[in-house]
Design a protein around this ligand. Structure first.
Ligand code: CUA
Length: 433
């Protein structure tokens, strides 16, 4: 058959080495920020234990089997004239052994696996932080039903944010996962396993971020959900309990900037709002990293792996030199220009009560826009408002820029906002800390 067994043997050795090397590479992925091999939560430690157990058992079996193979290759290699090997028929002891040993190994794997499945599938502890995750094509809505406030109309408002999740260190968080449209899947690899968001059904997922330091993580949609499935991302920020308390208090406050008066620009509010009322694009102020006064993860100290780097489409042009005036932008939105009020809420601005799109009350505290696709800066925000459909395929948000081509309508928009109007709105949104 095989006249020269050496090449074949070499291939086998090479394949074996490659397999062992790839296992090592997988376990060495600790440095990768989006890997599951981070002991940040009870969930990931449980799953990590199972992974390690399988790797250790697999390695022992691999070394044992390959050892026997190599021994047999050397011990029984062809020497001298070929001869028929001695035939044996049946060995009861051997057969019993090689049935029992794998059975024992499978039991050793199955017991902790089943225990982990039951543990992670059980209900979360009663005092857990509750977060409702609502999947939308293609963005994430996060609601904190335990954090509410009574607004001036006497209505109770729940803390709602978009595409950015804040979690306190050391407290179990219980996610209730639902979808507004199609099936999505919620996954922050560095914190826990994935779980689907199914329309008309609530799934649950809980874990405790109890690593020793605050950190920022990437979250993804991991179930194909349409044209911009790959652009449905979010950020998860694990902060200290004090920072979380401060963040919730700030998120429940009304918008820092209100519509009136238009000119001159509004004076700083007496309510001690963190963002004063700048006339144009406000400078980025480093925020205190600890306790009171914390309103968001400081934009200038984001780890590189959570900063988006999607390219801007070349055919969405905007004059970045236009000076935007926040008060004018607020007035435009309040009067319904650009129809933003049809979809977005800005708590504190009585005209802005739409609920189809992300809540924008504190949009300036977020590090990204467009479902985590672009950084939240004036350059990206202006182009996003002007022609989001060129920025993110399939997005529901209509094209707002005057004379901009809308790929869904199939024509240029005869009604829309000028670059100056968009610059004003951008200035307003950037004041909404
Ligand atoms: Cu949502 Cu994929």
């Amino acid at each position: 058959m095989f006249r020269h067994p050496r090449p074949r043997r070499l291939i086998r050795v090479a394949l074996t080495v490659a397999l062992a090397a790839s296992s090592l590479v997988v376990t060495a992925c600790q440095s990768h920020p989006n890997s599951i091999f981070h002991d940040n939560t009870d969930w990931n430690r449980d799953v990590g234990f199972l992974f390690d157990l399988l790797i250790v058992l697999g390695t022992i079996i691999f070394v044992f089997v390959e050892g026997i193979l190599i021994y047999a290759l050397i011990r029984f290699r062809r020497r001298g004239a070929p001869r028929q090997p001695e035939h044996v028929h049946g060995n009861t002891t051997l057969e019993i052994l090689w049935t029992i040993i794998p059975a024992v190994i499978l039991v050793v794997i199955a017991i902790p696996t089943v225990r982990t499945i039951f543990r992670t599938g059980a209900a979360a502890r009663a005092d857990a932080l509750q977060v409702e995750v609502v999947g939308h094509q293609w963005w994430w809505e996060f609601r904190y039903p335990q954090y509410t406030t009574r607004n001036p109309n006497g209505r109770t408002d729940t803390l709602v944010t978009a595409n950015e999740l804040y979690l306190p260190l050391g407290r179990t968080v219980n996610f209730a996962l639902i979808s507004k449209d199609v099936v999505h899947s919620f996954w922050v690899p560095s914190l826990a396993g994935k779980r689907d968001l199914v329309p008309n059904h609530v799934n649950y997922l809980w874990f405790t971020p109890d690593s020793t330091s605050a950190a920022a993580f990437n979250g993804f949609c991991v179930e194909f959900c349409g044209a911009s499935h790959a652009n449905m991302r979010f950020r998860a920020f694990v902060v200290s309990p004090e920072q979380f308390q401060s963040w919730t208090g700030h998120q429940l406050s009304s918008a820092a900037f209100t519509a009136a008066p238009v000119a001159p620009p509004a004076t700083p509010s007496a309510a001690g709002a963190v963002a004063q009322t700048p006339p144009a694009n406000p400078p980025v102020t480093p925020l205190p990293a600890t306790q009171a006064g914390f309103i968001a993860w400081p934009q200038d100290s984001l780890p590189p792996h959570v900063i988006p780097n999607a390219p801007l489409p070349a055919d969405v042009r905007f004059d970045d030199a236009l000076p935007g005036v926040a008060a004018r932008g607020a007035d435009l939105l309040t009067r319904g220009q650009g129809a933003c009020l049809g979809c977005h809420t800005i708590r504190g601005n009585p005209s802005m009560v739409g609920t189809i799109g992300p809540n924008l009350t504190h949009i300036a505290t977020r590090s990204t826009i467009a479902g985590g696709l672009f950084p939240n800066d004036a350059r990206h925000l202006a182009r996003w408002i002007k022609n989001s459909r060129k920025m993110k395929p399939g997005v529901l948000m209509p094209t707002i820029g005057l004379n901009e081509y809308d790929p869904v309508v199939g024509a240029a928009m005869k009604v829309g906002l000028t670059d100056q109007q968009i610059a004003d709105i951008v200035a307003y949104l950037q004041a909404l800390k």
